[in-house]
Design a binder for this molecule. Sequence first.
Ligand code: NAD
Length: 386
Amino acid sequence: MKEMIRNNICINAHPKGCGLYVQKAVSAVKKKDRFLGPKNVLVIGCSTGYGLATRIAAHLGSGAKTLGVAYEKAPTGKRTGSAGWYADLYYREAVEPQATTLNMDAFSHECKQAAIDEIKKTMGTVDLVIYSLASGVRIDPDSGVRYTSALKPIGSPYTSQGVDILGNLTQIHVEPATDEEIEHTIKVMGGEDWELWIRALLEAGVLSPQALTLAYSYIGPEVTKDLYRNGTIGRAKEDLESRAKAIETSMTNLSGKAFVSVNKAVVTRASSVIPSVPLYLSLLYRVMKSKNTHEECVGQMDRLLREKLYSGSDIPVDEHNRIRMDDWEMSPDVQEIVAEKWKTIGDLPLSEIGDIDGVYTEFLHMHGFGYPSIDYSLDVDLQAVR
Ligand code: NAD
């Protein structure tokens, strides 16, 4: 079986390779000492990227029981399941056999109720709730209206150099978003659903007295600012970040806390489709790897839990009450070199200035491809991750 990539999306996945991807993340956490962290964790968006990494770090780092929510495609006929389907299957088979994943639309009332029922049955309460959804669409659970997010600049067009995931240079031109597209993106990727989740969990009495909840955000560099942070998705992230205080206030009967963690740019299914991000990632990876500060998802989330949330000291935050896991990415000595390299794109081969091979390999790995230990010419059992 070969990878099938269209527009920076890999439309198939290799079951055993996806298992191997999870196994590698598991091994990275197992090498470290245990820490005193969360005991019962709900991860919304648990099957890939930062959500899966947090689940692994919490379970293996501090022995937490986890409940996951994801929305993944099972294999049908000759079509493979999605990468997240296999990663989650491997997680439940090989890493935490008692764990449950609800494969449901997290935006729906039914999913929230199913999570509450499961928490009552198996955990009683949860002390950490991670909100790590990345979705292009959301159906409002009350009105039934379907909202679609857009990745667009606001006010004026965005034009930039780019690169596809295979390393081919491209020109990016994106027209500005309409007011409706801005509003829809906020509906999908803003904080409304995070707030609904916490309200539902509070009303059901399944948050422990000192519960923490965390949602993930991104800021990023100057070179992607007009498209990302000042664009539609940035507006959604501002909305998400602005809701942390209201969420914390709603937890008044508990001594709970709500934070946004601004994470580092990494290769995930969600980030690969953002124009100019693969190019930025390739430059960033080259610089951070040379400085020995590069982290993949699991390294970031292990550091988040171990050193920021459960270190025993006050949780360090910036002036907007955000935890800055992008501290190493955004440090001036990294960003200055990335900006210099950006100016040379087109003049020098990308392989010389960036780590496009590293980005592509990570992209392949998360879909189960590119592992020398797997013989991709063999027939594949679409149901078996081991
Ligand atoms: P991802 O695509 O790897 O994971 C998204 C998860 O959401 C998957 O588990 C998927 O199954 C789940 N999901 C999507 N729609 C769902 C639905 N309707 N119901 C239930 N589950 C659903 O994405 P990621 O890159 O890990 O992003 C997670 C969060 O981290 C996002 O908020 C993103 O903005 C943020 N973040 C990402 C980066 C990055 O570089 N990738 C950097 C900083 C912050």
